[in-house]
Design a protein. Sequence first.
Length: 412
Amino acid sequence: MILEKAIVPDIKDGCPTKEDWEARRKLILNTLSEIEYGKRPAVDYAVTWKELLREPVESLHAIHMRTEITVQTSYGAISFPVTVFLPKQNRKVPAAILICSENKHAEPPHNGTVSNPTEKTFRTLFQQFGILSEDPDALIATFLKNAEKRRTCKANTLDLDTDYDTGHWPVREMLKQNFAMVGFYANDAEPDIANQFPSKLASIFGTQKQRKAHEWGILSVWAFAAQCVMDYVEQIPEIDSSQVTLAGHSRCGKVALWSGANDERFHAVMANGSGCCGASLSLGKTGENLFSIQTAFPHWFAPAFLNYACKEKELPFEQHFLLATVAPRILHIGSGSKDAWSDPEGEYFSTFLASKAWEYYMTDSTYPKMTGHFPSANEHEIAGKVGYHLREGEHLLDTFDWMCLVDHLKRQ
């Protein structure tokens, strides 16, 4: 990234005391809600659930559950499934909730058409959107590879009920660490299709195609879905509801941060590869920027956020403000060393700048502070309740990421 240290705001400016910070924290969350992620319409709702399946899985020494979550409002009701794996223990166990960014089935090319972008196509787009990159050739090569994967319908798929040995959803390894795993597909709550938004969860809150300026986008819809899942998890007797981590990757990493910041029931928050409008700083960012993300995914955000495309310096906040609102709970940020689109350095320095918020709560002079030195691949830095790791590799969620999280949690 191109870190503009002189203009990146300090969260502690004008906040000498913890009480000052907590007042600012409320203001930050309200501002982020109004401008970036959007507010859920003020509609009363009820959350219920129905257990559909509960069976032992002897090879995992665990219990597998599938439950249907239902959200009801005066506009109607929608339901989506949740998968749970519980280790067989004689005590309550901590849990991780994954907002799953992958799908159970691969989707065909949209409208049956096949797009064949070229290197020239991406160079033109990068110039159009003002994309900065230290290695544009490598970034373009990644985009070409991803485009070929989509063209041939080889997009990643994941069955939460059966694919429990994948890096994105490493149930077996997490069970070995005595963690319960809870997962749901973000697209089951609200499909990530711009011209169909709203179609499920958002629609039962009265959201229309033409949204109000400060009304929620799909990231906030998914964040709310995660909170509804937490309502259910709190009632699972085998889980210690005071030790639940909310996790997500890529777009769902952004969601984990937003949901976790707003819902203090989450003991910890892990965002992996969350990039632009997630963990990474907007100022000086390489790879994806506000202009490109809002052009491609306007339905992710409040309509008001479109006013800030190409105007990062005019925003009344930076992304490390969001990370800081997780304090004093546990925050863990992960990046892939080759994930140039997300900007790993921007994610690290955002975490470093946000870590100052924990100083309000950890007054012991021996409390560890982040170094401010970007780590090498496969290294991680843990400073009390704030952690960051850099995994060797590209834009994905892997078992290494989960094990860095577990290491962090077990040190507390």
